[in-house]
Structure formats: C-alpha cells, structure tokens
Design a protein around this ligand. Structure first.
Ligand code: NDP
Ligand code: GDR
Length: 336
C-alpha cells in the first residue's frame, strides 16, 4: 500500500485528491493547521465524509520545525503540496503573507523532504497565473512566465524551487501547471462559485443581484475531479517533469454568467452589475492551455465539458439554496 501526504487536504483539490487516492488503495495523510483541529465542523467540511479514513497531522506552512516533525515520524511515497493562499485578489491585499506562505511553505516542504525523505515523489501545485500577461496562445510548458500578481509571482518562485530541487539534488519533483478548475466544492470567493451560489439564491428569492468585476476576462475552466487525476499521474512517471493541465477551451466570465443563470431559467443581464471593487490592479485578461503533453505522456483526458461543469455547480447550489440538500461537503463557507 502506498502512503501519500497531502498539504491543503481541506481545500477543494485536497478533498478530491484524497478521495481519488483512497479509491486507488492509498494510505492518505494530510497536513492541517492546528486551528482546523480546533474547529473541525467548519474547517473540515470538505473532508468530513473522509475523516475516519485519513490521518491528519497539525503543522504550519510557516514553520519548518512543524513540517520536519511530521516528516520525521512518517515515511511517504508521494507528497502533494497543494496548500497555499490561493485567492489572487487577496494576494494584492496582502502580498507579504501570500509570499510567505506560498514561497517559504514550498521551500520548507522541499528542504525537509530532502533531509528526511529524499526518495518521496513531490508534486507542486503550479498555476496558469504564472503565464499572466501571456506571451503566446495557447500556453504550454515552454511558454515564458509573466505573472501579474503577488500570487502569480509566488507560484513562479515555487515552480523554480521545485525544478531546482529536481536538478540540484536528483529528487523526483514535478509541477503541474494547472488552469482554473472548479466544482461544487469551490470556495465562494472564486468567480464561478460566486456566480452559481448567487444565481441560486436569486432564484430562491434570497438575493436580488450579483456584483462582479471584469466580465470580459477569459479563463480555461475544467472540473477539479478531472485535474486531481493528472496530479497523481505525474507522480507515477519514470522521470519527473512539468505538465500543463487544461481543457483547451476559453470562455469569458460573462459566458459563465449567461449559462449559469439560464440553467435556472433566468437572464443574467437582469441581475449582474459590475462593481469597481472587484477589478484587480493588474488583470490576467485571457488564458487558454494546451495540454497535449499531458494527454500524450500521462494519458490524461478530462471527463467534464464546460456546460457540464456549469450545470453540476448550478444544480448543487440550487439544492442548497432551496433547502433540498442537507449541508454536504460542497456547502462550505459563505459568499462574499
Ligand atoms: P483552496 O483555496 O481550496 O485550498 C487551499 C488549501 O491550502 C486549504 O486546505 C488551506 O487550509 C491550505 N492553506 C492555505 N494557507 C495555509 C497555511 N498558511 N498553512 C497551511 N495550510 C494552508 O485551493 P485549491 O484546492 O483550489 O487549490 C489547491 C492548490 O492548487 C493551491 O496551491 C492553488 O494555488 C493551486 N491551484 C489551484 C487552481 C484552481 O483552479 N483551483 C489552479 C492552479 C493552481 P485551510 O482550510 O486551513 O484554509
Ligand atoms: P483566478 O480565479 O484569479 O483565475 O485564480 P477567480 O475565479 O478569482 O477569477 C477569475 C476571473 O474572474 C474575474 N472576475 C472576478 N473574480 C472574482 N473572484 N470575483 C469577482 O467578483 C470577479 N469578477 C470578475 C477575475 O478578475 C479573473 O479574471 C484561480 C485560483 O484558483 C488560483 O489559485 C489558480 O492558480 C488560478 O485560478 C489558475
């Protein structure tokens, strides 16, 4: 039985990845913040159905000794480093803590693995935000980076650290360059979930409008369930490498609104208002990925189409808003 460690197991991807690995027969461990252990009802919402099957260890990404301590007590075949301050807008508000968590946290993980578990296969959660102001379209593994936010910069640093540990110390370190992936467990602050949760509340008579920023931004959106399978495949290869994971289609935020509202029989134009507060100081206008290498080398294929993604998110939020569904892992946090 293989043993895997997931940092960020309480997040969207961590919860889907834990399910995926358990299904493959792995022994799954997670690093969690100590505060999470003190507030399990809220903090473990996405993994509460898995709590009797995973082993959780308190540690802080800001503390090398706490990470070292977990790795000294347990050996792992694979480590999926997903924990990060992942909200781009927040990184403009507090670039320092985003940098600290995302860069030092990654460096601490790599340094502790090198010291204690150098044979452990390591996955770094890289992002299409690294491409930022894109130099070519579609973006692939060889496209130069031009990040547009403290978050994007922190991910470029994490990506380079990961590559450097691979090249300098011969460790199995791989990065996924994942484009936006969503689903019913997406955090409420991200635009897709903000749209589906608010549209559902409008439909249920609990809200009257949806305030958004840039409606013309284009993103390449997939389903997180599909994308965590690619993470696992990357760590099963003979040699470590970096892979773009994307659907290859791009859509505007406006199109997402149009489809989501139509799903519940509404016209988005009657409810969506633009609001300066949700514009970013520097925007990533358009992203679309070329996942040819992942398809060829990993044999990865997404199962969800864009309309299916919108539909499952919308149905889930409609059930929550209309009280048809008891709180399930999907219903985490509050819209803002
Ligand atoms: P989420 O925001 O849903 O989850 C983030 C996770 O990181 C949570 O488990 C959170 O724990 C944990 N975390 C945040 N800060 C800290 C900290 N200081 N110490 C310990 N843990 C911390 O993100 P996703 O699941 O969507 O994304 C997973 C990873 O993939 C992230 O690194 C993200 O940047 C990256 N990524 C995501 C993409 C996407 O579209 N979803 C695309 C490309 C990359 P807690 O629950 O305690 O807050
Ligand atoms: P992103 O996701 O920044 O791509 O990062 P987000 O859903 O936050 O924004 C996508 C696009 O929508 C525009 N937008 C708004 N965004 C939010 N959050 N709220 C709004 O009201 C709003 N109005 C318009 C944004 O300007 C942007 O263009 C996500 C995260 O998961 C990262 O961690 C990950 O690395 C990247 O995807 C790939």
């Amino acid at each position: 039985m293989k043993r895997a460690l997931i940092t960020g197991i309480t997040g969207q991807d961590g919860s889907y990845l834990a399910e995926n690995l358990l299904g493959l027969g792995y022994e799954v461990h997670g690093l969690v913040r100590r505060v999470a252990l003190e507030d399990p009802e809220r903090r473990f919402n996405r993994i509460k159905h898995l709590l009797d099957r995973v082993q959780l260890h308190p540690a802080s990404l800001e503390s090398y000794p706490s990470i070292f301590s977990v790795l000294s007590r347990h050996d792992f075949d694979e480590c999926y480093h997903l924990a990060a301050q992942s909200f781009v807008a927040e990184s403009f508000a507090d670039g320092f803590s985003t940098m600290n968590t995302n860069i030092n946290g990654t460096h601490y993980m790599l340094a502790a693995l090198r010291e204690l578990r150098p044979r452990c296969h390591f996955y770094f959660a890289g992002s299409s935000e690294m491409f930022g102001k894109v130099r070519e379209t579609p973006q692939r593994e060889t496209t130069p980076f031009h990040p547009r936010s403290p978050y994007g910069i922190s991910k470029v640093a994490g990506f380079e650290l990961t590559r450097n540990y691979r090249e300098a110390y011969g460790m199995f370190c791989a990065s996924g360059i994942l484009f936006n992936h969503e689903g019913p467990r997406r955090g409420f602050e991200f635009v897709t979930r903000k749209i589906t949760s608010t549209a559902a509340r409008i439909k249920a008579g609990q809200a009257t409008e949806l305030r958004l920023g840039n409606l013309e931004a284009r993103r390449d959106w997939g389903h997180a369930e599909d994308y965590v399978r690619a993470m696992h495949l990357m760590l099963q290869q003979e040699v470590p490498d970096d892979f773009v994971v994307a659907s290859g289609e791009s859509h505007t935020v406006r199109e997402f609104c149009q489809l989501a509202f139509a799903e519940v029989g509404l016209d988005y134009r009657e409810y969506v208002r633009t609001d300066e507060r949700f514009y970013r100081p520097a925007e990533v206008e358009s992203l679309v990925g070329d996942a040819t290498k992942a398809r060829r080398v990993l044999g990865w294929e997404p199962r969800y189409t864009f309309p299916e993604l919108v539909k499952v998110m919308m149905q889930n939020d409609l059930e929550s808003a209309t009280g048809l569904k008891a709180a399930r892992p999907e219903a985490v946090g509050k819209a803002r």
